[in-house]
Design a protein around this ligand. Structure first.
Ligand code: 9MR
Length: 389
Protein backbone atom coordinates (compact mmCIF):
# COMPACT_ATOMS: atom_id res chain seq x y z
CA UNK A 1 0.00 0.00 0.00
CA UNK A 2 2.73 2.37 1.05
CA UNK A 3 4.75 1.70 -2.09
CA UNK A 4 1.74 2.41 -4.32
CA UNK A 5 1.19 5.73 -2.62
CA UNK A 6 4.83 6.65 -2.93
CA UNK A 7 4.94 5.65 -6.55
CA UNK A 8 2.00 7.95 -7.22
CA UNK A 9 3.76 10.81 -5.50
CA UNK A 10 6.88 10.18 -7.54
CA UNK A 11 4.85 10.14 -10.77
CA UNK A 12 3.24 13.43 -9.84
CA UNK A 13 6.69 14.84 -9.31
CA UNK A 14 7.83 13.53 -12.69
CA UNK A 15 4.94 15.19 -14.47
CA UNK A 16 5.71 18.53 -12.92
CA UNK A 17 9.44 18.92 -12.88
CA UNK A 18 12.51 19.14 -15.04
CA UNK A 19 14.72 16.09 -15.74
CA UNK A 20 17.18 17.32 -13.14
CA UNK A 21 14.39 17.54 -10.62
CA UNK A 22 13.32 14.01 -11.45
CA UNK A 23 16.48 12.54 -10.09
CA UNK A 24 16.22 14.52 -6.89
CA UNK A 25 12.51 13.81 -6.48
CA UNK A 26 13.02 10.10 -6.94
CA UNK A 27 15.92 10.12 -4.50
CA UNK A 28 13.94 12.04 -1.90
CA UNK A 29 10.79 9.99 -1.92
CA UNK A 30 10.72 8.26 1.44
CA UNK A 31 11.36 4.58 1.18
CA UNK A 32 11.79 3.44 4.72
CA UNK A 33 11.99 4.50 8.31
CA UNK A 34 9.91 5.69 11.13
CA UNK A 35 7.35 7.61 9.07
CA UNK A 36 5.30 10.06 11.07
CA UNK A 37 2.31 9.61 8.82
CA UNK A 38 2.35 5.97 9.82
CA UNK A 39 2.34 6.67 13.54
CA UNK A 40 -0.73 6.25 15.66
CA UNK A 41 -2.76 9.38 16.18
CA UNK A 42 -1.84 9.40 19.85
CA UNK A 43 1.85 9.32 19.05
CA UNK A 44 2.12 12.81 17.61
CA UNK A 45 3.06 16.25 18.88
CA UNK A 46 -0.41 17.73 18.77
CA UNK A 47 -2.01 14.82 20.55
CA UNK A 48 0.27 14.95 23.57
CA UNK A 49 0.41 18.75 23.84
CA UNK A 50 -1.40 20.40 26.73
CA UNK A 51 -4.85 21.70 25.85
CA UNK A 52 -4.80 25.22 24.47
CA UNK A 53 -1.12 25.00 23.57
CA UNK A 54 -0.56 25.31 19.82
CA UNK A 55 2.28 23.30 18.39
CA UNK A 56 2.94 24.57 14.90
CA UNK A 57 5.13 24.51 11.83
CA UNK A 58 5.70 26.59 8.75
CA UNK A 59 3.97 25.16 5.66
CA UNK A 60 6.73 24.94 3.08
CA UNK A 61 6.38 26.77 -0.22
CA UNK A 62 7.44 29.91 -2.08
CA UNK A 63 10.73 31.64 -1.26
CA UNK A 64 13.79 29.42 -1.54
CA UNK A 65 11.66 26.42 -2.50
CA UNK A 66 11.10 27.94 -5.91
CA UNK A 67 14.77 27.55 -6.81
CA UNK A 68 15.03 24.00 -5.48
CA UNK A 69 14.75 20.83 -7.57
CA UNK A 70 11.44 19.64 -6.18
CA UNK A 71 7.77 20.49 -6.73
CA UNK A 72 5.92 22.75 -4.32
CA UNK A 73 6.03 20.87 -1.00
CA UNK A 74 2.74 21.97 0.48
CA UNK A 75 0.63 21.09 -2.56
CA UNK A 76 2.58 18.23 -4.13
CA UNK A 77 4.16 16.12 -1.42
CA UNK A 78 1.41 13.87 -0.10
CA UNK A 79 3.51 12.37 2.66
CA UNK A 80 4.45 15.86 3.75
CA UNK A 81 0.80 16.87 3.93
CA UNK A 82 -0.07 13.85 6.02
CA UNK A 83 2.62 14.58 8.55
CA UNK A 84 1.65 18.27 8.58
CA UNK A 85 -1.94 17.37 9.41
CA UNK A 86 -1.11 14.63 11.89
CA UNK A 87 1.54 16.36 13.96
CA UNK A 88 0.58 20.03 14.21
CA UNK A 89 -2.24 22.10 15.63
CA UNK A 90 -1.04 25.30 14.02
CA UNK A 91 0.43 26.21 10.64
CA UNK A 92 2.21 29.31 9.39
CA UNK A 93 2.68 30.35 5.79
CA UNK A 94 6.42 30.13 5.21
CA UNK A 95 6.30 32.53 2.25
CA UNK A 96 2.80 32.37 0.81
CA UNK A 97 1.41 35.41 2.62
CA UNK A 98 4.44 37.62 2.09
CA UNK A 99 4.07 40.69 -0.08
CA UNK A 100 6.04 39.44 -3.10
CA UNK A 101 4.01 36.26 -3.17
CA UNK A 102 0.49 37.42 -2.37
CA UNK A 103 0.64 40.86 -4.05
CA UNK A 104 3.08 40.42 -6.94
CA UNK A 105 1.79 43.29 -9.10
CA UNK A 106 0.01 46.50 -8.33
CA UNK A 107 -3.71 45.79 -8.28
CA UNK A 108 -3.24 42.01 -8.53
CA UNK A 109 -3.34 39.63 -5.62
CA UNK A 110 -2.35 35.98 -5.71
CA UNK A 111 -4.36 34.38 -2.94
CA UNK A 112 -4.31 30.79 -4.19
CA UNK A 113 -1.67 29.32 -1.91
CA UNK A 114 -2.63 31.30 1.16
CA UNK A 115 -6.25 30.21 0.64
CA UNK A 116 -5.07 26.61 0.31
CA UNK A 117 -3.19 26.79 3.61
CA UNK A 118 -6.15 28.33 5.41
CA UNK A 119 -8.49 25.67 3.94
CA UNK A 120 -6.11 22.89 4.91
CA UNK A 121 -5.91 24.26 8.44
CA UNK A 122 -9.68 24.49 8.74
CA UNK A 123 -10.13 20.90 7.55
CA UNK A 124 -7.48 19.67 9.95
CA UNK A 125 -8.63 21.73 12.90
CA UNK A 126 -5.48 23.83 12.97
CA UNK A 127 -4.87 27.45 13.89
CA UNK A 128 -3.05 29.68 11.40
CA UNK A 129 -0.27 32.20 11.99
CA UNK A 130 -0.23 34.94 9.37
CA UNK A 131 3.21 36.07 8.24
CA UNK A 132 3.75 38.99 7.47
CA UNK A 133 2.44 42.49 6.71
CA UNK A 134 5.22 45.04 7.17
CA UNK A 135 8.77 43.88 6.48
CA UNK A 136 11.92 45.14 4.79
CA UNK A 137 12.38 41.91 2.83
CA UNK A 138 10.49 39.97 0.14
CA UNK A 139 8.62 43.01 -1.09
CA UNK A 140 7.74 42.98 -4.79
CA UNK A 141 9.68 45.05 -7.30
CA UNK A 142 6.69 47.24 -7.98
CA UNK A 143 6.77 48.40 -4.36
CA UNK A 144 10.54 48.64 -3.86
CA UNK A 145 11.24 50.25 -7.26
CA UNK A 146 7.99 52.17 -7.58
CA UNK A 147 7.88 55.93 -7.88
CA UNK A 148 5.24 56.71 -5.30
CA UNK A 149 4.60 59.77 -3.18
CA UNK A 150 4.45 59.15 0.58
CA UNK A 151 0.66 59.47 0.48
CA UNK A 152 0.42 56.89 -2.29
CA UNK A 153 2.75 54.49 -0.51
CA UNK A 154 0.80 54.84 2.71
CA UNK A 155 -2.41 54.06 0.84
CA UNK A 156 -0.74 51.04 -0.80
CA UNK A 157 0.18 49.65 2.61
CA UNK A 158 -3.21 50.41 4.13
CA UNK A 159 -5.02 48.79 1.22
CA UNK A 160 -2.78 45.71 1.35
CA UNK A 161 -3.17 45.17 5.07
CA UNK A 162 -6.92 45.73 4.94
CA UNK A 163 -7.39 43.41 1.98
CA UNK A 164 -5.24 40.54 3.23
CA UNK A 165 -6.30 40.64 6.87
CA UNK A 166 -10.01 40.98 5.96
CA UNK A 167 -9.82 38.05 3.58
CA UNK A 168 -8.74 35.74 6.39
CA UNK A 169 -10.77 37.40 9.11
CA UNK A 170 -11.62 34.83 11.75
CA UNK A 171 -9.14 32.32 10.35
CA UNK A 172 -5.87 33.76 11.59
CA UNK A 173 -5.04 33.36 15.25
CA UNK A 174 -1.92 35.53 15.23
CA UNK A 175 -0.57 37.95 12.65
CA UNK A 176 3.08 38.94 12.47
CA UNK A 177 2.14 42.52 11.66
CA UNK A 178 5.64 43.95 11.89
CA UNK A 179 8.57 41.69 11.11
CA UNK A 180 12.21 42.46 11.88
CA UNK A 181 11.89 46.24 12.19
CA UNK A 182 15.05 46.62 14.31
CA UNK A 183 18.61 45.66 13.47
CA UNK A 184 20.76 43.71 15.92
CA UNK A 185 21.99 46.84 17.66
CA UNK A 186 18.40 47.89 18.36
CA UNK A 187 18.21 50.61 15.71
CA UNK A 188 15.02 50.95 13.75
CA UNK A 189 15.56 49.92 10.12
CA UNK A 190 15.20 53.39 8.67
CA UNK A 191 17.09 52.63 5.48
CA UNK A 192 16.28 49.12 4.28
CA UNK A 193 12.63 49.08 5.42
CA UNK A 194 10.84 51.04 2.70
CA UNK A 195 7.78 51.69 4.84
CA UNK A 196 9.70 53.18 7.75
CA UNK A 197 12.14 55.01 5.48
CA UNK A 198 9.49 56.67 3.36
CA UNK A 199 6.68 57.06 5.87
CA UNK A 200 8.43 57.45 9.22
CA UNK A 201 8.33 55.25 12.35
CA UNK A 202 4.67 56.10 13.02
CA UNK A 203 3.69 53.80 10.16
CA UNK A 204 4.30 50.82 12.44
CA UNK A 205 1.46 51.87 14.77
CA UNK A 206 -0.79 52.47 11.76
CA UNK A 207 -0.09 48.96 10.48
CA UNK A 208 -1.31 47.54 13.78
CA UNK A 209 -4.39 49.80 13.74
CA UNK A 210 -5.33 48.80 10.18
CA UNK A 211 -4.85 45.12 10.92
CA UNK A 212 -6.98 45.40 14.04
CA UNK A 213 -9.78 47.15 12.16
CA UNK A 214 -9.77 44.39 9.57
CA UNK A 215 -9.84 41.52 12.08
CA UNK A 216 -10.47 42.63 15.67
CA UNK A 217 -10.02 39.10 17.03
CA UNK A 218 -6.63 38.33 15.52
CA UNK A 219 -3.71 38.75 17.92
CA UNK A 220 -1.21 41.18 16.48
CA UNK A 221 2.50 40.56 16.95
CA UNK A 222 5.95 42.00 16.62
CA UNK A 223 8.22 39.22 15.38
CA UNK A 224 12.00 39.10 15.05
CA UNK A 225 15.15 36.97 15.16
CA UNK A 226 17.98 37.39 17.69
CA UNK A 227 15.49 38.59 20.29
CA UNK A 228 15.47 35.38 22.31
CA UNK A 229 17.60 36.85 25.06
CA UNK A 230 17.71 40.22 26.78
CA UNK A 231 19.85 42.29 24.42
CA UNK A 232 19.82 45.66 22.62
CA UNK A 233 17.37 44.40 20.01
CA UNK A 234 14.84 42.91 22.43
CA UNK A 235 15.28 46.00 24.63
CA UNK A 236 14.31 48.15 21.67
CA UNK A 237 11.07 46.14 21.32
CA UNK A 238 10.46 46.36 25.03
CA UNK A 239 10.66 50.15 24.92
CA UNK A 240 8.70 50.57 21.71
CA UNK A 241 5.88 48.27 22.79
CA UNK A 242 5.45 50.13 26.07
CA UNK A 243 5.15 53.38 24.12
CA UNK A 244 2.61 51.90 21.76
CA UNK A 245 0.54 50.36 24.54
CA UNK A 246 0.50 53.75 26.31
CA UNK A 247 -1.04 55.14 23.11
CA UNK A 248 -3.59 52.30 22.96
CA UNK A 249 -2.14 50.89 19.77
CA UNK A 250 -3.53 47.34 19.39
CA UNK A 251 -0.35 45.35 19.97
CA UNK A 252 -1.03 41.95 21.49
CA UNK A 253 2.11 39.93 21.21
CA UNK A 254 5.86 39.69 20.95
CA UNK A 255 7.48 36.68 19.35
CA UNK A 256 11.00 35.34 19.15
CA UNK A 257 11.63 33.55 15.84
CA UNK A 258 14.42 31.44 17.38
CA UNK A 259 16.62 30.49 14.46
CA UNK A 260 19.26 28.94 16.67
CA UNK A 261 22.61 27.34 15.93
CA UNK A 262 24.58 24.87 18.01
CA UNK A 263 27.61 27.00 17.09
CA UNK A 264 26.46 29.45 19.72
CA UNK A 265 25.39 28.93 23.30
CA UNK A 266 21.72 28.51 24.08
CA UNK A 267 20.05 31.82 25.00
CA UNK A 268 19.54 30.91 28.64
CA UNK A 269 17.61 34.09 29.40
CA UNK A 270 14.83 33.27 26.92
CA UNK A 271 12.29 32.66 29.65
CA UNK A 272 13.26 35.83 31.52
CA UNK A 273 12.97 37.79 28.33
CA UNK A 274 9.56 36.38 27.38
CA UNK A 275 8.37 37.00 30.93
CA UNK A 276 9.08 40.70 30.81
CA UNK A 277 6.87 40.98 27.71
CA UNK A 278 4.22 38.85 29.39
CA UNK A 279 4.35 41.27 32.31
CA UNK A 280 3.30 44.02 29.91
CA UNK A 281 0.13 42.01 29.35
CA UNK A 282 1.25 40.58 26.02
CA UNK A 283 1.06 37.12 24.57
CA UNK A 284 4.40 35.72 23.55
CA UNK A 285 5.27 33.01 21.05
CA UNK A 286 8.10 31.07 19.51
CA UNK A 287 7.49 31.40 15.81
CA UNK A 288 10.31 30.00 13.68
CA UNK A 289 12.39 27.63 15.72
CA UNK A 290 15.09 25.61 14.06
CA UNK A 291 18.51 24.57 15.32
CA UNK A 292 21.17 24.34 12.65
CA UNK A 293 24.56 22.78 13.01
CA UNK A 294 27.88 22.60 11.19
CA UNK A 295 27.74 19.35 9.30
CA UNK A 296 30.65 16.91 9.25
CA UNK A 297 32.29 16.17 5.89
CA UNK A 298 29.99 13.21 5.25
CA UNK A 299 26.94 15.36 5.97
CA UNK A 300 25.75 13.08 8.75
CA UNK A 301 25.48 14.61 12.23
CA UNK A 302 26.92 12.62 15.11
CA UNK A 303 24.79 11.39 18.00
CA UNK A 304 26.38 14.05 20.15
CA UNK A 305 25.39 16.81 17.72
CA UNK A 306 21.85 15.52 17.60
CA UNK A 307 21.68 15.41 21.38
CA UNK A 308 22.81 19.01 21.61
CA UNK A 309 20.24 20.01 19.04
CA UNK A 310 17.52 18.15 20.95
CA UNK A 311 18.55 19.97 24.09
CA UNK A 312 18.12 23.37 22.36
CA UNK A 313 14.68 22.39 21.08
CA UNK A 314 13.64 21.14 24.49
CA UNK A 315 14.89 24.23 26.33
CA UNK A 316 13.14 26.57 23.92
CA UNK A 317 9.89 24.71 24.36
CA UNK A 318 10.24 24.57 28.16
CA UNK A 319 10.88 28.31 28.31
CA UNK A 320 7.67 28.97 26.38
CA UNK A 321 5.65 26.48 28.44
CA UNK A 322 6.84 28.21 31.62
CA UNK A 323 5.64 31.64 30.53
CA UNK A 324 2.03 32.57 30.99
CA UNK A 325 0.52 33.55 27.66
CA UNK A 326 3.13 31.72 25.57
CA UNK A 327 0.67 29.38 23.90
CA UNK A 328 2.00 29.14 20.38
CA UNK A 329 5.20 27.35 19.50
CA UNK A 330 6.10 27.04 15.84
CA UNK A 331 9.04 25.29 14.24
CA UNK A 332 10.25 26.59 10.88
CA UNK A 333 9.59 23.44 8.94
CA UNK A 334 9.61 19.92 10.32
CA UNK A 335 11.72 18.03 7.78
CA UNK A 336 15.25 18.71 6.57
CA UNK A 337 13.99 17.88 3.10
CA UNK A 338 12.62 21.41 2.74
CA UNK A 339 14.56 23.46 5.26
CA UNK A 340 15.79 26.91 4.24
CA UNK A 341 18.99 26.43 6.25
CA UNK A 342 21.36 24.65 3.81
CA UNK A 343 20.31 27.03 1.07
CA UNK A 344 21.27 30.06 3.14
CA UNK A 345 24.14 28.71 5.29
CA UNK A 346 26.74 26.77 3.39
CA UNK A 347 27.95 23.68 5.26
CA UNK A 348 25.17 23.88 7.83
CA UNK A 349 21.90 22.02 8.03
CA UNK A 350 20.00 19.18 9.70
CA UNK A 351 18.14 21.96 11.49
CA UNK A 352 14.67 20.44 11.82
CA UNK A 353 13.18 17.63 13.88
CA UNK A 354 12.79 15.05 11.10
CA UNK A 355 15.08 13.62 8.46
CA UNK A 356 14.28 13.85 4.75
CA UNK A 357 12.16 10.70 4.96
CA UNK A 358 10.14 12.12 7.89
CA UNK A 359 11.69 9.78 10.40
CA UNK A 360 12.07 11.37 13.80
CA UNK A 361 15.26 12.79 15.27
CA UNK A 362 16.09 13.04 18.96
CA UNK A 363 14.85 16.65 18.76
CA UNK A 364 11.39 15.38 17.80
CA UNK A 365 11.29 13.09 20.82
CA UNK A 366 12.53 15.89 23.06
CA UNK A 367 9.60 18.05 21.98
CA UNK A 368 7.10 15.24 22.26
CA UNK A 369 8.20 14.21 25.75
CA UNK A 370 8.30 17.79 26.99
CA UNK A 371 4.77 18.42 25.74
CA UNK A 372 3.48 15.18 27.23
CA UNK A 373 5.07 15.79 30.61
CA UNK A 374 3.69 19.29 30.73
CA UNK A 375 0.19 18.03 29.95
CA UNK A 376 0.42 15.58 32.83
CA UNK A 377 1.75 18.30 35.14
CA UNK A 378 -1.23 20.44 34.21
CA UNK A 379 -3.45 17.63 35.41
CA UNK A 380 -4.61 16.40 32.02
CA UNK A 381 -5.40 12.78 31.54
CA UNK A 382 -3.23 11.12 28.97
CA UNK A 383 -4.42 7.76 27.74
CA UNK A 384 -1.11 7.33 26.01
CA UNK A 385 2.33 8.68 26.84
CA UNK A 386 5.26 8.18 24.54
CA UNK A 387 8.21 6.45 26.12
CA UNK A 388 10.02 9.35 27.70
CA UNK A 389 13.06 9.15 29.93
O1 9MR B 1 11.99 30.14 5.04
C1 9MR B 1 11.90 31.27 4.22
C2 9MR B 1 12.59 31.01 2.90
O2 9MR B 1 11.89 30.04 2.16
C3 9MR B 1 12.73 32.30 2.10
O3 9MR B 1 13.49 32.04 0.92
C4 9MR B 1 13.38 33.35 2.96
C5 9MR B 1 13.56 34.65 2.22
O4 9MR B 1 13.91 35.69 3.07
O5 9MR B 1 12.58 33.56 4.12
C6 9MR B 1 12.53 32.44 4.93
O6 9MR B 1 11.76 32.72 6.09
C7 9MR B 1 12.23 33.78 6.94
C8 9MR B 1 11.02 34.37 7.63
O7 9MR B 1 10.06 34.78 6.71
C9 9MR B 1 11.41 35.52 8.53
N1 9MR B 1 12.44 35.13 9.46
C10 9MR B 1 13.60 34.48 8.89
C11 9MR B 1 13.16 33.28 8.04
C12 9MR B 1 14.38 32.53 7.53
O8 9MR B 1 15.11 33.32 6.66
Amino acid sequence: MKSIRLATAALAAIALTSPLALVAAAAEVPTSGDLSAGHAKKDTLRWVAPKGFYIGTAAAGGGHHESQPYPDPFTKDLEYRKVLAAEFSSVAAENQMKWEYIHPEQGRYNFGMADAIVDFARKNNQAVRGHTLLWHSQNPQWVEQGDFTPDELREILREHITTVVSRYKGDIQQWDVANEIFDDSGRLRTTDNIWIRELGPGIVADAFRWAHEADPKAKLFFNDYNVEGVNPKSNAYYTLIQDLLAQDVPVHGFSAQSHLSTRYGFPGDLETNLNRFADLGLETAITELDVRMDLPADGVPTAEMLAKQADYYQRTLSACLNVEGCNSFTIWGFTDKYSWVPVFFSGQGAATVMWNDFSRKPAYHALQCTLAKEAVERGEKHPHLPKCA
